[in-house]
Design a protein around this ligand. Structure first.
Ligand code: THU
Length: 157
């Protein structure tokens, strides 16, 4: 018997410490929160994905009166990317959110489990790590890959 510890490597940074490319993606994710449709939760999430063809695609959560029919920002963005840029691979993804008070969340916003699973598939398709930027009001988490957010992952059957 042995213990296995799984460590998630996270860099905590301030916006001013990011590269221009990372800042741009955070800006796009923050902007995308404005296009969220969240009349039920009033929690506005935005995601931005930089693709290998140079495009930046964004998504925002879209809710529905039949709650399970709603879609998270990350899946809106990644399925849009898959449907409209099928030959491009993911390079970086940024996520931002505004809470019920309308202000950006204080803590960096992590994607839900279902979104981690969906994003992981595109990382696998890319064949390389996809950097993940999780934005909070003052603090930004930089993760090296989607896989680092979902270490014991299901990708094959
Ligand atoms: N939401 C996202 O868009 N992404 C996540 O990763 C977590 C949650 C949305 C779903 C719902 O519209 C609202 O946030 C509250 O859960």
């Amino acid at each position: 018997m042995k213990n296995i510890d799984i460590v998630i490597p996270i860099i905590s940074a301030r916006y001013s410490e990011l590269s221009p490319e990372q800042q741009r993606l955070i800006d796009e994710a923050r902007l995308a929160t404005r296009r969220s449709y969240a009349p039920y939760s009033h929690f506005n999430v935005g995601a931005a994905i930089k693709l290998s063809d140079g495009a930046i695609v964004t998504g925002a959560n879209q809710e529905n009166a039949a709650f399970p029919s709603s879609t998270c920002a990350e899946r809106t963005a990644c399925y849009y990317a898959g449907a409209n840029h099928p030959d491009a691979s993911f390079e970086i993804i940024a996520i931002a959110a505004r809470g019920t008070d309308g202000l950006e969340v204080e803590q960096p916003i992590p994607p839900c489990g279902a979104c981690r699973q969906a994003l992981l598939e595109y990382e696998k398709l890319a064949g390389h790590d996809v950097e993940v930027l999780l934005a909070g009001r003052d603090e930004i988490y930089i993760l090296p890959s989607v896989k680092s957010l979902l270490p014991l992952s299901f990708t094959d059957f």
